[in-house]
Design a protein around this ligand. Structure first.
Ligand code: BES
Ligand code: ZN
Ligand code: ZN
Length: 473
């Protein structure tokens, strides 16, 4: 199965036969190319506050791109706009050869936007769009290792998008674990899959409980990337929600909200994509990934409300809503993470509609007990533009999870849903921990900029950058 679906390739070259290429020039308002002389265009450039693209059709053709600001995101958006124009105009070969003072980091952001924007999930279309572009870059412009790093990161991002975009009749707990093994071989990390027997031996009552209504057995996939030159002593653990499809169970999702619930494994797919990028780029950091995977479906065996289940760590949970299943599967993975004596655990989950109601598709919610780490993650989020808003974990939320007959119930009250969900997870941790609720940004209805309709792979770029920074220290 092809995962990447990137329709643009970067080629670092010594020199180019310029006559065959479309020429691309980046510029800012302070550095308008002298070749853009027409009065009309000059006036437009003065008046606009947007990124603009001007094509000069005389031969060889030139594409001028006015970048509206200095932020990395301005460069990413410009890259995405370039891809759209190259594709629309069927420019197959182009060369970026003038950058008007952009730094290497700004150029990388530009190329990142171009590559992110070039992804299309076309596997199931009978009529394929055949456009594929090549962008040639002169060696003097960028270091080869920066390009390679970006390309590998983009492979991780595309892998995540593809796993999420795959329909649920293709991507289930078993096929996910197989894709994970394949990625382990490609990028260079260890993959161990616990099957239903092993999961039962571990008494993972949350994962098994959610799986009761399904004919497909659960899997618990463990990734480990442990390079000899790791700069950390204790591992960093990433935990991803792997609900392959969320019908809600007997607390059925009705009124159309079940659509898009194939994306309920976006957290798990992001963990796989992140570790793929880290291993592919050989970052000197010891990272472990855990993905408990199952779908949440209905049969006569399925969980019903009022059931009491016993989790891996012995905690009993009264199920009061079978649609609050993510926390049940994550709880076992968080309990399992204790055995690694981790320096930090980050879980990533499409956990609550309440988070999506707060952030919309523009960012994720973050909560946790490791405040310094949260600050760092938020700062990285601004940089890569996978932004975070922190929500509280006040002790009072704990009271809302009290059950008459078990240690916890799996829902809180009608309000504060992001925090009560996180408070439930916190119960299963005894280490520095952060929880990222990606329900808002993980899957989009409409394409925008470098994001396609469908999966976005949030927060793969964020986690990659966060771990890359840590690896330096
Ligand atoms: N997978 C959903 C959360 C979700 C909703 C993700 C919309 C993406 C978009 C989760 O399992 C769920 O159903 N949560 C419930 C929790 C509630 C029953 C406490 C919710 O948010 O309604
Ligand atoms: Zn649910
Ligand atoms: Zn769910």
């Amino acid at each position: 199965m092809q995962d990447h679906f990137l329709n643009m390739e970067l080629k670092l070259v010594e020199g180019t036969d310029a006559s065959k290429f479309a020429h691309i020039y980046l510029f800012t308002k302070d550095s308008v190319p002298t070749t853009l002389t027409q009065e009309g265009i000059k006036k437009q450039i003065e008046d606009t506050d947007k990124t603009q693209l001007y094509i000069d059709w005389s031969s060889p053709q030139s594409i001028y791109i006015l970048i509206k600001g200095e932020e990395p995101e301005d460069y990413r958006q410009a890259g995405a706009q370039l891809f759209q124009s190259l594709k629309k105009n069927r420019f197959e070969n182009s060369v970026l050869h003038e950058t008007s003072g952009a730094s290497e980091a700004q150029l990388i952001s530009f190329l990142e936007g171009l590559l992110l924007g070039s992804y299309r999930f076309t596997k199931y279309l009978k009529k394929q769009d055949t456009y594929k572009g090549n962008l040639f870059l002169h060696k003097a412009l960028l270091q080869e290792k920066s390009i390679k790093e970006l390309q590998t990161l983009m492979q991780g991002v595309s892998l995540t998008k593809t796993l999420v975009n795959e329909p649920p009749n293709v991507m289930n707990a078993i096929s996910f674990s197989e894709k994970a093994k394949e990625a382990g071989r490609t990028f260079g990390f260890e993959v161990t899959v616990l099957d239903k027997t092993a999961i039962t031996e571990h008494k993972m009552g949350g994962l098994l409980g959610v799986n009761l209504g399904s004919e497909t057995p659960p899997t618990f996939t463990i990734f480990e990337y442990k390079p000899d030159n790791a700069t950390n002593k204790k591992p960093l653990v990433l935990v991803g929600k792997g609900v392959m499809f969320d019908t809600g169970g007997y607390s059925l999702k009705t009124g159309g909200v079940m659509s898009t619930m194939k994306s309920d494994m976006a957290g798990g797919a992001a963990v796989l994509g992140t570790i793929s990028a880290i291993a592919g780029n050989k970052l000197p950091y010891h990272v472990i990934g855990l993905v408990p995977a199952t779908d949440n479906k209905i049969s006569s065996n399925a969980l019903v409300v009022d059931d009491v289940i016993t989790m891996m760590d012995g905690t009993t949970v009264e199920v009061q809503n079978t649609d609050a299943e993510g926390r049940l599967v994550l709880a076992d993975a968080l309990a399992y993470a204790k055995k690694y004596d981790p320096e930090l655990v980050i879980d990533i989950a499409t956990l609550t509609g309440a988070a999506a109601a707060i952030t919309g598709s523009f960012g994720s919610a973050v909560l946790g007990n490791a405040q310094e780490e949260i600050e760092k993650l938020k700062a990285t989020g601004e940089k890569v533009y996978e932004r975070l808003v922190q929500l509280p974990l006040w002790k009072e939320y704990r009271d809302l999870l009290k059950s008459e007959i078990a240690d916890l119930k799996n829902i809180g009250g009608p309000t504060g849903g992001v925090s009560t969900a996180a408070m439930f997870l916190k119960h299963f941790t005894d280490y520095p921990w952060m929880h990222i609720d990606i329900a808002g940004p993980s899957f989009l209805k409409d394409a925008k900029g470098y994001k396609q309709a469908g999966a976005t792979a949030v927060p793969v770029r964020l986690l990659y950058e966060f771990i890359k920074e840590r690896a330096k220290n």
